[in-house]
Design a protein around this ligand. Structure first.
Ligand SMILES: Nc1ncnc2c1ncn2[C@@H]1O[C@H](COP(=O)(O)OP(=O)(O)OP(=O)(O)O)[C@@H](O)[C@H]1O
Ligand SMILES: [Mg+2]
Length: 379
């Protein structure tokens, strides 16, 4: 299917009604087309709210492996509930075999992607990078704490919008769809790199181990975070290549230039932080997203203390704000209680429960004693 055919197909979906299990939706407008399908602005006809609907491209919809994995993986989006992660409301299929459509309904974000913002803004000041990184890292680390990886972090999947007081709101998209995007998956197996690239998107943000099809870990997401930060600071990508093959070779065979080498207006103090985030070997990277964020934050604070970064009083308070990761696990309380012995977790109530347990014995004992005394008296 050519891009023109794809566009025509997606345009033909505008005004279509989708019947989900939770709600009915109507597609109003095509927002954008990605590697997997297209995203539409839609209306939830059940409560009149605005939602975003992602549909799978017809080509991929014929691939049963893809569909099965989409359905399985989309569940991750349900599990995650965090202010910095786009909420998935439901996913499913609609229509009969002729015009079947696989879709995912999610929270609509008014704004633009980091990719489109960077295209118009050019390199960002370190304070603005920090402002975007904080919610981004807090969302990502919260997911990591639930043992969930993003695997396809890139500026296209980061949605930005400004609040009334001019602050950034940041939301991560496409959590959970990402296992599909591995180059060694069954879906891309047999396809050449360019074809595979169409399916799994740009490999600029993929960690070397991901490109090589090795095991991935939180460190792979940290690598992508490093590429995004590098791009925000310098306005350029750390590793560039004229085609996918060259890019992949460069990525796995040499260290990228330091940010200050790529763009001399970037302070050298950021070099070690980005070097560590972009280390070729996952073991040499930051261990957690928070470790990366805090090191970046330390540099910004240091440069503002020495006067090398000019920062307003208001921004000064913002950059010093403590990093906070919300616990998203709905079962965390239960897990905590299960892991701790009741005596240790809840000393006072367990003491009283012990007393409660002993009460029948004590009463029984007293009763026996009374009976014994009565028997002695009447004898
Ligand atoms: N929940 C959303 N609310 C509003 N706009 C969105 C939402 N999700 C995605 N978009 C927009 O739709 C565009 C297309 O998204 P889509 O995820 O299909 O493509 P992509 O992110 O460029 O690539 P990929 O398929 O690899 O994720 C995005 O660039 C973004 O601007
Ligand atoms: Mg996306």
């Amino acid at each position: 299917m050519s891009n023109k055919d794809k566009d025509e197909y997606y345009d033909s979906l505008v005004n279509r009604e989708i019947k989900g299990t939770k709600s009915r939706y109507k597609l109003n407008r095509k927002i954008g087309v990605g590697g997997m399908g297209a995203v539409f602005e839609a209306i939830n006809l059940t409560d009149n709210s605005r939602v975003a609907i992602k549909t799978i491209s017809p080509q991929l919809a014929h691939n049963q492996t893809f569909v099965r994995r989409f359905q399985r993986e989309a569940k991750v989006g349900w599990i995650l509930s965090h202010p910095n992660i786009i909420k998935v409301y439901e996913f499913g299929e609609t229509g009969d075999s002729e015009d079947k459509l696989y879709f995912m309904a999610m929270e609509f974000v008014e704004g633009e992607s980091l990719r489109s913002y960077l295209r118009s803004s050019g390199p960002l000041a370190p304070t603005e990078c920090l402002e975007i990184l904080r919610p981004l890292c807090e969302g990502l680390e919260a997911a990591h704490k639930r043992k969930l990886l993003h695997r396809d972090l890139k500026p296209d999947n980061i949605m930005l919008s400004k609040t009334q007081d001019g602050k950034w709101t940041v939301k991560l998209a496409d959590f959970g769809l990402v296992k599909l995007l591995e180059p060694d998956s069954e879906i891309t197996k047999g396809a050449n790199l360019t074809q595979a690239g169409e399916v799994f998107g740009t490999p600029h943000y993929m960690a070397p181990e991901q490109v090589l099809g090795h095991q991935i870990s939180p460190a792979s997401d940290i690598y992508a975070l490093g590429v995004i930060t590098y791009q925000m600071l310098t306005g350029k990508l750390p590793v560039e290549g004229s085609d996918i093959r060259q890019l992949l070779i460069a990525k796995v065979s040499k260290e990228p230039p330091l940010p200050s080498e790529k763009n001399p207006s970037v302070h050298k103090a950021f070099d070690p932080v980005l070097k560590k985030a972009l280390a070729r070997s996952p073991e040499d990277r930051y261990f957690t997203v928070g470790d990366f964020f805090k090191d970046f934050q330390k540099v910004v604070i240091r440069l503002s203390d020495t006067g090398e970064l000019k920062i307003s009083q208001e921004a000064l308070a913002d950059i010093r704000k403590e990093y906070f990761v919300e616990d998203m696990s709905s079962n965390s309380q239960a897990t905590l209680i299960k892991q701790t012995t009741p005596e240790k977790a809840l000393p006072s109530s367990s003491e009283s429960s012990k007393t409660k347990n002993l009460l029948p014995l004590i009463l029984g004992g007293i009763l026996l004693l009374l009976i014994a005394i009565l028997v002695i008296i009447f004898n």
